[in-house]
Design a protein around this ligand. Structure first.
Ligand code: PEP
Ligand code: MN
Length: 343
C-alpha cells in the first residue's frame, strides 16, 4: 500500500510514520514527487495497518497497490526514475547509447572499440568479463583481468562501463570496477543475486529473462528495489518464441508497456534481441521510436573473429551509420541522443 502525505505535512510527521512502520515490522520506502510525498509499505500488510496509518497526523490517504509489484509501479512513483552516471541522466530527456563487444577479449580489442564507439557518439562502454554461456565449451570470459581491461578503456576514453555480474559473491568485486552492474537474462530470477545487487550502491541494469513475462520481470525488479537500491533500469533483450529465424524475438511492445506500468528507465538491446547484425539497426530505430531510454549495441573490431556473438555484432562502420540514423529517429519523437548536437 502507499501512504500519501498531505501537501502541507512536514518532515516531523513523515519521520513519525516511518518510525511507526519500523515498530510494526515494515520498511517505509520513500518517494518524493513534485506534488506529493508517498511512502510505500510492502510485505504482508493487513487492513488494520491501513486503518491505523490513516489516523496518523500528516496522512492524506492510504491506497492499496493492486499490482503484485509495488515499488517498481507507477502507482508508487508516478514520476520517472532518472539515474546519474557521470554526466548522463539515464531515464531523462536524452537517450543513452551503450556499445562495445559482447566479451572482453584483449586490451587492444576493448580500447580500440571504446575509441571507435565514442567517436561515433556512444555514451557508455559495454563488455562482458564474466560471460554466461549456454554451452560450457564457449568462451566464458577473462574474469577480473577483463574488468581491469575495461577500467583501462575507461581511463583512455572517459566512457563509463557496464558489465555483467553473475554471482552474489562477485558483486563486491565487479562493483569495484563497473559504473553499472548488469544482471543478465539467464539470471533474472536468481533471487539471491538480485538481493545482493539490491544492497550494492551502484546502478543496476536488469535484463528481461528469455521466457519471462513483463510481470515476472517487474517482480524481479522488486527484489532489487526492496533492498534499497533505487538506481535500477530495465533492458528488453528479446524473448523466446516459436520463431527460429532470429535468435530471440525482440519485444518492442515491452518498451511502451514498461513505460506505462513502471517509472524505471527502459533500455533496448536489439543485438541479443535479434541475433543477426543486419537486424540490429532496424530494431534499434524501432526501439527509439517506441520510447526507449537507451540502447545497448554489440560492436566488434572484426565480428568474424569475435569469440562471442560475432553474428550479431556491428563493425565500427555499421555502428557509425546506425548512430546517424538513431539521432534522426530520436529527434522525430522529440528526444535527443545524449551528447549529440541535434535535438
Ligand atoms: C550480454 O549482454 O552479453 C548478454 C549475455 O546478454 P543476455 O543476458 O541478454 O543474454
Ligand atoms: Mn552477447
Amino acid at each position: 500500500m502507499i501512504v500519501v502525505m498531505k501537501i502541507d505535512s512536514g518532515e516531523k510527521e513523515l519521520n513519525e510514520i516511518l518510525k511507526r512502520l519500523t515498530k510494526e515490522g515494515f520498511t517505509g520506502h520513500l518517494s518524493r514527487g513534485v506534488e506529493r510525498t508517498v511512502i510505500g509499505v510492502v510485505g504482508r500488510t493487513y487492513p488494520e495497518l491501513r486503518d491505523m496509518l490513516e489516523l496518523l497526523p500528516g496522512v492524506e490517504e492510504v491506497i492499496p497497490i493492486t499490482k503484485p509489484y509495488k515499488l517498481s509501479s507507477r502507482e508508487f512513483q508516478p514520476q520517472d526514475t532518472t539515474i546519474k552516471v557521470g554526466d548522463l541522466n539515464i531515464g531523462g530527456e536524452e537517450v543513452v547509447v551503450m556499445a562495445g563487444p559482447c566479451a572482453v577479449e584483449t586490451e587492444e580489442q576493448v580500447v580500440e572499440t571504446a575509441r571507435a564507439v565514442k567517436a561515433a557518439g556512444a555514451n557508455i562502454l559495454r563488455g562482458g568479463a564474466f560471460k554466461p554461456s549456454t554451452s560450457p565449451y564457449s568462451f566464458r570470459g577473462l574474469g577480473e583481468d577483463g574488468l581491469k581491461i575495461l577500467a583501462r578503456a575507461r581511463e583512455e576514453t572517459g566512457l563509463p562501463i557496464i558489465t555483467e555480474v553473475m554471482t552474489p559473491q562477485d558483486v563486491e568485486l565487479v562493483s569495484g570496477y563497473a559504473d553499472i552492474l548488469q544482471v543478465g537474462a539467464r539470471n533474472m530470477q536468481n533471487f539471491i543475486l538480485l538481493d545482493e545487487v539490491g544492497k550494492a550502491r551502484k546502478p543496476v541494469m536488469l535484463k528481461r529473462g528469455m521466457s519471462a513475462t513483463i510481470e515476472e520481470w517487474l517482480l524481479s525488479a522488486e527484489y532489487i528495489l526492496s533492498q534499497g537500491n533505487r538506481q535500477l533500469m530495465l533492458c528488453e533483450r528479446g524473448i523466446r518464441t516459436f520463431e527460429t529465424y532470429t535468435r530471440n524475438t525482440m519485444d518492442v511492445s515491452a518498451i511502451p508497456i514498461i513505460e506505462k506500468l513502471s517509472h524505471l528507465p527502459i533500455i533496448a538491446d536489439p543485438s541479443h534481441g535479434t541475433g543477426k547484425w543486419h537486424l540490429v539497426a532496424p530494431l534499434a530505430l524501432a526501439a527509439v521510436a517506441a520510447g526507449a531510454d537507451g540502447l545497448m549495441i554489440e560492436v566488434h573490431p572484426s565480428p568474424d573473429h569475435a569469440l562471442k556473438d560475432g553474428a550479431q555484432s556491428l563493425t565500427f562502420e555499421n555502428f557509425q551509420r546506425l548512430m546517424a540514423q538513431v539521432v534522426a529517429v530520436a529527434a522525430s519523437v522529440g528526444r535527443k541522443i545524449a551528447g549529440s548536437a541535434k535535438g
